[in-house]
Design a protein around this ligand. Structure first.
Ligand code: WT7
Length: 653
């Protein structure tokens, strides 16, 4: 495994295959003039303003950008409502009958919602929220599965100016609690249950456990999933139901005119410390960013395209490219509740064929799983409707890229490998499918109007070679801060290279000027395209009574990209056996959520530390990757490592 992985990185950097956009794709592309890059670079503010103008403003802005680094204000003085961009505009233009979402439940139940129906439902939810006393600026936490009501809920919050914060439904009660507490939410919106790989997830039960420790929450609004499944958690006094609060409401609700810089949402993401960061996004800039990138990167044609992004709305990908970006473009989408391999490993391809999906956006981790499950599964279905493919979340290995092109894209679909983050709000580095030549494994170039470069350790610009990726100019969709922690915002993103935004990714630039994002340079790992902090997992391990000390690293994993592995020193009196290792893995899952559960937990009497007591995770990584041990001269006790290495290898399966 470790051998393959290091080969992968080498091949990745030696990749010479390249693919020009197919002629018939270029002929119909939303943008095909390569001059767009120069035009945008010559005057980025004018470029972004030209996209902002395509939105519907209640009041035009006075100034495009006020930049007092690291604080940006875009479209100053302008007023608009995000839900209007996604709904009213299309209905007013006569497209109310167009399908907004084809929804498919995991167990096969289906729903179809037009833009006019979405507008009516969103208005009902908005009126329901108002009836519960939710006002502009109030925080609403949303803990829901992938159902249309989740999209309706965030749009309804946007409609009345409430700040929504979606927590992925795979997160634990403790994670949900921490987020609700941090933002002091007034309302929690949840579902009783949902399906996941044929199992029922009892979201209400998790919610009740979380809310028990959240005094700010006045009410819990519960949507009933139906389909014969029910929560086992008893009703609480604070509970109100969707049936009572939302359904009787009027399908009309005037949108609140929001300042361009009014907060739209908070979304939490892992950083290098144990405490997740509440990333703040505002209305005008975010809408401009997701609208323009959806339009140009996914080449959306609202009249004919059926677009499917397989992410969950609980992550930024779903916010930007299932709700706000595609809906602002008025395109038809597929939304799917469940897992890619339930009931069978061809579920995605069955859905592509059923709905004639034309633009498909997924994660490398999923592509690697499809490769493993076998070529026969996509081959069984008619995938000829597809015309464009995208990936996001982590570096894609060239093998997976080429497999995607052959087996899903029928060798005719351009692939857009899109690099961006929760913090950037929208896609930042990506090919433009009608212009950019693509190379498997490279996200290619900065989106027009985005200025990206590489800096060395000392802050010198790197032309060709490796360095730290930075963004040198503000962009409309950029985060405006961390909820409640301005200092952390400045330190995390703006202090490493003053004046530049530092995303934390190690990157290479080749002689074409293309970027190859290789991975995080901090104590953050990327597991199946999800960001996890090593510190958060370490805290979860140490939370268990058996654990005296823990160190966590991300190791290369065939399917997940990276997987967490924990090294644990036990307290005396506890037996280092497989059962305890399993208990500790599960403990992390319970405290954070299943995706954080370590792949392995290894017991050790010592951890490699510097003389000043810092754990040297770099050396643990060498142990786990079977590499020749790096420089150990700064270790307090070099012997520790040899025994760790032997212990690790003897357990390798
Ligand atoms: C981190 C951001 C953006 C939505 C999903 C993840 C990694 C993301 C790529 C890509 C290489 C990528 C980076 C980034 N990443 N896309 N195309 N190639 N790496 O959002 O949870 O905020 O994580 O994901 O390391 O910093 P996120």
């Amino acid at each position: 495994m470790t051998q393959t992985e290091s080969k992968t990185i080498d091949t990745l950097l030696e990749e010479t295959r390249s693919f020009k956009p197919p002629e018939d794709f270029v002929a119909q592309a939303n943008v095909k003039d390569p001059d767009v890059y120069q035009q945008a670079a010559a005057d980025p503010e004018a470029w972004w303003a030209s996209w902002a103008k395509k939105l519907q403003w209640d009041k035009p802005w006075e100034t495009v950008l006020q930049w007092d680094a690291p604080y940006a204000k875009w479209f100053v003085g302008g007023k608009l409502n995000a839900s209007v961009q996604c709904l009213d505009r299309h209905v007013a233009a006569g497209h109310g009958d167009r399908v907004a979402y084809y929804w498919e439940g995991e167990s096969g139940d289906t729903r179809v919602l037009s833009y006019a129906e979405m507008l009516a439902e969103v208005s009902r939810v908005a009126n329901g929220l108002k009836s519960l006393g939710v006002e502009k600026g109030d925080r609403v936490t949303v803990y829901m599965p992938m159902v249309p009501e989740l999209a309706m809920t965030v749009l309804a919050c946007a409609r009345i100016g409430a700040v929504f914060s979606v927590v992925f439904a795979g997160f634990s009660a403790a994670s949900l609690r921490d987020r609700i507490q941090d933002q002091e939410a007034k309302l929690l919106i949840t579902a009783d249950c949902c399906w996941r790989r044929g199992k029922v997830l009892d979201l209400k039960k998790v919610s009740d456990e979380a809310v028990a420790e959240c005094p700010s929450v006045e009410k819990v609004l519960v949507w009933h999933r139906g389909d014969g499944i029910e929560s086992q958690s008893p009703a609480q006094e604070r509970d109100v139901t969707w049936e009572d609060v939302v359904l009787p409401q009027s399908p009309e609700c005037p949108p609140v005119s929001m300042d361009a810089e009014d907060l739209l949402f908070i979304l939490y993401t892992s950083g290098t410390t144990g405490k997740p960061k509440g990333i703040m996004h505002t209305t005008g800039g975010y809408m401009t960013g997701v609208y323009s990138t959806s339009n140009l990167v996914f080449d959306l044609k609202p009249k004919t395209d059926v677009y499917w992004c397989t992410a969950d709305i609980g992550w930024i990908t779903g916010h930007s490219y299932i709700v706000f970006g595609p809906m602002a473009n008025g395109v038809t989408q597929v939304m799917y509740e469940g897992a890619p391999n339930h009931p069978g490993p061809d579920r995605f391809w069955e859905l592509v064929a059923k709905y004639k999906v034309s633009v498909f956006y997924t994660a490398p981790t999923a592509i690697r799983a499809f490769m493993k499950w076998g070529d026969e599964h996509p081959a069984k279905h008619d995938l000829s409707s597809l015309r464009l493919l995208g990936t996001v979340g982590e570096p894609i290995n060239p093998e997976a890229w080429v497999w995607y092109l052959h087996h899903i894209g029928g060798n005719r679909c351009p692939i857009v490998d899109t690099w961006w983050q929760t913090e950037t709000g929208n896609i930042m580095i990506t090919p433009l499918p009608g212009i950019t030549e693509t190379v498997p494994g490279s996200a290619t170039k900065a989106f027009p109007g985005v200025e990206a470069t590489l800096l060395s350790e000392e802050g010198k610009e790197v032309g060709v070679g490796g360095g730290y990726l930075v963004i040198t100019k503000p962009w409309p969709g950029m985060l405006r801060g961390i909820w409640g922690d301005p200092k952390r915002f400045e330190e995390t993103y703006w202090s490493r290279f003053p004046g530049c935004y530092f995303p934390g990714d190690g990157t290479k630039r080749d002689d074409k000027g293309f970027f190859w994002v290789l991975g995080r340079v901090d104590d953050v790992m990327n597991v199946s395209g999800h960001r996890l902090s090593t510190m958060e997992i370490e805290s979860a391990l140490v939370d268990h009574e058996a654990v005296a000390e823990a160190a966590v690293i991300g190791v290369p994993h065939e399917l997940k990209g990276q997987a967490p592995v924990g090294f644990v020193i036990l307290r005396s009196g506890f037996e280092a056996d497989d059962a305890l290792a399993d208990t500790l893995r599960k403990h992390v899952g319970t405290l954070i959520g299943g995706l954080a559960r370590p792949e392995r937990v290894l017991f050790t009497p010592e951890l490699p530390k510097t003389r000043s007591g810092k754990i040297m995770r770099r050396l643990l990584r060498d142990v786990a990757e079977g590499k020749v041990l790096g420089d150990t001269t700064t270790l307090a006790d070099p012997g520790v490592l040899e025994s760790l290495k032997q212990g690790y290898e003897s357990k390798e399966s």
